[in-house]
Design a protein around this ligand. Structure first.
Ligand code: AMP
Length: 278
C-alpha cells in the first residue's frame, strides 16, 4: 500500500494502475461503515484509492473540527488489511494552498436540512470532493447512504458539471442497537451513547407507523419528535419527512419518503436517515 502526502505523489502512484479505479473519500477514524465502502470498491475495482482528510471548510464549528478523532496509525493498519492500493493523506496546505479562492457552489438542494443548519457545509464538501476527484481520477467513487443529502448533492455536481465518475451508494452500517456508525460516536460518553440509540428508534417508529398505514407526514414527524424528547440529553436540530430526490418536505406520503434527522447529544451532533417504504 502506497501512502502519499502530496498531490504529485498520488498522481504518480495512480498514473499507470489497472482500471477501473475506485475511490473512497473519508475523514478517517475509520469504522465498519467506511470499511463497507472500501470492501465494495475492492470487490468491483481493480485498483482502490482511499483519502483521509479532515476537510476544515466543511466544518462550521471550530470545536467540532478540533475534537474530530484522528487515529492515523490505526486507520492505515485497517486500510492495509483491506488491501487498499493507494492512500492519500494530504495536508491542509496541499488542499488549500496560499491564496486558494475557487469554490464549488452547490444549488438549492444544498440549502435544506444539513445545509440550513450548517451554512457553507456542502460548499466545502463539493469543493474538496471535486479536488480529490481531480487528483485521483477515479472511474467510480463510493458514498454512504448515512449521508443521504450529501449523496444527492454529489450526484448533482457530477451530473451538472459532467464529471467522468460513477457514484455508487452503499447502505448504512449500524451498531447492534441500530446506531449508525460514525466517527463522532467515539466522542460520546456512556450515557450519551445510550441516548444516541434513540435516533434509530425514532426512525423505525416512523417506519412502523407507515407500515400500519399512516401517510400523514406531520404525524410521522411528531412521532419521531416524541421518541427523541423522552431523552433528556437529546437536542433536536431538525426532523424531516421529505421527497427523497428533491428534499421538499411532504404533507402526505404517496411514495417512498426520506425520513432524516439531526440531533445533538451533549457536544456531539449526530445525523441519521431511513427510507420510509410505503
Ligand atoms: P466521513 O469519514 O464521515 O466523511 O465518511 C466517509 C464516507 O463514509 C461517506 O461517504 C459516508 O457517507 C460514509 N459513511 C460514514 N458512516 C457510514 C456508515 N455508518 N455506513 C455507511 N457509510 C458510512
Amino acid at each position: 500500500m502506497q501512502v502519499c502526502a502530496t498531490i504529485a505523489e498520488a498522481r504518480d502512484a495512480l498514473r499507470h494502475v489497472e482500471r477501473p479505479l475506485g475511490a473512497v473519500l473519508t475523514m478517517g477514524a475509520l469504522h465498519d461503515g467506511h470499511l463497507a465502502l472500501i470492501r465494495r470498491a475492492r470487490a468491483e475495482c481493480k485498483t482502490v484509492a482511499v483519502t483521509i482528510y479532515v476537510n476544515p471548510t466543511q466544518f462550521g464549528n471550530a470545536g467540532d473540527l478540533d475534537t474530530y478523532p484522528r487515529p492515523m496509525q490505526d486507520d492505515l493498519r485497517a486500510l492495509r488489511r483491506e488491501g487498499v492500493d493507494v492512500v492519500l493523506v494530504p495536508s491542509n496546505h496541499e488542499i488549500y494552498p496560499e491564496g486558494f479562492d475557487s469554490w464549488v457552489e452547490p444549488g438549492h438542494i444544498a440549502t435544506r436540512l444539513e445545509g440550513e443548519h450548517r451554512p457553507g457545509h456542502f460548499r466545502g464538501v463539493c469543493t474538496v470532493v471535486l479536488k480529490l476527484f481531480n487528483i485521483l481520477g477515479p472511474d467510480r467513487s463510493y458514498f454512504g447512504e448515512k449521508d443521504a443529502q450529501q449523496v444527492l448533492v454529489i450526484h448533482n455536481m457530477v451530473n451538472h458539471l459532467a464529471l467522468p465518475v460513477d457514484i455508487v451508494t452503499v447502505p448504512t452500517v449500524r451498531e447492534r442497537d441500530g446506531l449508525a456508525m460514525s466517527s463522532r460516536n467515539a466522542n460520546l460518553s456512556t450515557e450519551e451513547r445510550r441516548t444516541a440509540r434513540s435516533l434509530y428508534q425514532a426512525l423505525t417508529r416512523a417506519q412502523d407507523l407507515v407500515a400500519e398505514g399512516e401517510r400523514n407526514a406531520e404525524t410521522l414527524r411528531h412521532a419521531i419528535q416524541e421518541t427523541l424528547t423522552q431523552e433528556p440529553l437529546a437536542n433536536i436540530d431538525y426532523i424531516s419527512i421529505a421527497d427523497p430526490q428533491t428534499l421538499t418536505e411532504l404533507t402526505t406520503l404517496t411514495a417512498p419518503a426520506l425520513a432524516s434527522l439531526a440531533v445533538r447529544v451533549g457536544q456531539t451532533r449526530l445525523i441519521d436517515n431511513i427510507t420510509l417504504q410505503t
